[in-house]
Design a binder for this molecule. Structure first.
Ligand SMILES: *[C@@H]1O[C@H](CO)[C@@H](O)[C@H](O)[C@H]1NC(C)=O
Length: 350
């Protein structure tokens, strides 16, 4: 009885967030950031291209931990801390850069798609307010976030986190420490528009800027998950940390829940987090990971967790969900596609 009620809730949660994940960059398959080294130009495996960084080992620039994610993002096992230190110069350039790029052949650069991520800074190793930072940007800069003093602007420093289209600020907020900013770029590559969805903490995304005209273009391998800092004479390098979670791209309908697609229903945890102090947040999220672990151990470890009721003889197409706790759709993928495990609550035909 209890179980069927629970799986009903899970099924409803999945139906409510009905977007199709085109590419999943949530680090759920990563043991540690050194898994990024699996990728090379000669062996393009895993969800991320990792080549834009300084010459030190990967853990100087990227580290993963459950402590680095938005606690409300229950679809992510862990988040990433992306760092600029005094070695973070890539390829002889004078800009500090640590960036990850989606490794996928999925159609992330066509039609209408949503690019999701959450971003946070702390007071320790805060991004400098005196230099321009380009964050989560495309090569052509048709859409991106920016922080710090904008190159060429009057004055010395700038406390804002901005959303920009072609370099023009369309939305901004004071970038305070310890606040998770949840973002979705609503990109329509056919119509040539981009809109902006945003929330803080555990609140669902809302549209802050309706789609505006933009020179939308991407080769499908030029979204930079990370940061590029422009040089500025007289302002020395300081160590900077950027915290990321919930990075994924979807098509279809937008998932507004920060928990993300395929997340387990943990409604009460988020309300506890909201009302507790930041010290308590750590223990709440620790408790939560423990309970996640216990859920994980009771569910199957196969690539497609057992469905409650599986329609027989049906197949799921490319990018369709094919497994996950409480999932009751087709678990067999169409010819040419494999049901790939993302997390216990979501497997997908790829
Ligand atoms: C990276 O490679 C190791 C060794 O083959 C493997 O165990 C691990 O799952 C890979 N990581 C990812 C994220 O695919």
């Amino acid at each position: 009885m209890k179980l069927s009620v629970l799986s009903g809730i899970v099924a409803n949660a999945l139906t409510a967030s009905a977007g199709t994940i085109l590419w999943d960059g949530r680090f759920n398959d990563f043991t540690s950031a050194t898994d990024l080294n699996n990728w090379s130009w000669g062996n393009q495996v895993g969800p991320y291209q990792y080549y834009i960084h300084g010459a030190s080992p990967v853990t100087s620039y990227v580290n993963l931990s459950p402590d680095y994610k938005n606690p409300a993002d229950s679809g992510s096992k862990q988040g990433a801390k992306i760092t600029l230190d005094n070695t973070a110069y890539w390829n002889g350039q004078n800009m500090r850069r640590t960036e990850l790029i989606p490794q996928t052949s999925a159609a992330i650069n066509q039609g209408k798609v949503y690019y999701h991520f959450s971003l946070m800074r702390k007071d320790v190793n805060a991004p400098a307010t005196t230099r321009e930072h380009q964050i989560a940007f495309f090569e052509s800069h048709f859409t991106e976030l920016k922080s710090g003093w904008l190159s060429g602007a009057p004055g010395i420093s700038d406390p804002l986190l901005r959303w920009c289209v072609g370099g023009d600020t369309k939305w901004s907020v004071n970038w305070d420490a310890d606040v998770w900013h949840n973002v979705a770029y609503e990109i329509d590559f056919s119509a040539g528009t981009v809109g902006f969805w945003h929330s803080t903490g555990s609140s669902p995304l809302t549209q802050k800027v309706a789609p505006v005209k933009a020179s939308t273009s991407s080769n499908g391998a030029d979204w930079h998950v990370g940061v590029l800092e422009l040089p500025r004479s007289g302002y020395p390098d300081t160590n900077e940390d950027y915290y990321w979670s919930g990075v994924y791209i979807e098509s279809g309908s937008l998932t507004t829940s920060v928990a993300g697609p395929g997340a387990p229903p943990v409604v009460d945890t988020t309300s506890t987090i909201k009302t507790t102090s930041s010290t308590a947040q750590v223990s709440t999220s620790t408790t939560f990971s423990t309970s996640t672990t216990s859920v994980r151990t009771t569910s199957t470890t196969s690539s497609a967790p057992a469905a409650t009721t599986t329609p027989s003889g049906c197949t799921a197409g490319q990018y369709a969900q094919c497994g996950g706790v409480g999932f009751s759709g087709c678990t067999t993928c169409a010819v040419g596609f494999t049901c790939k495990f993302s997390n216990d609550w979501y497997s997908q035909c790829l």
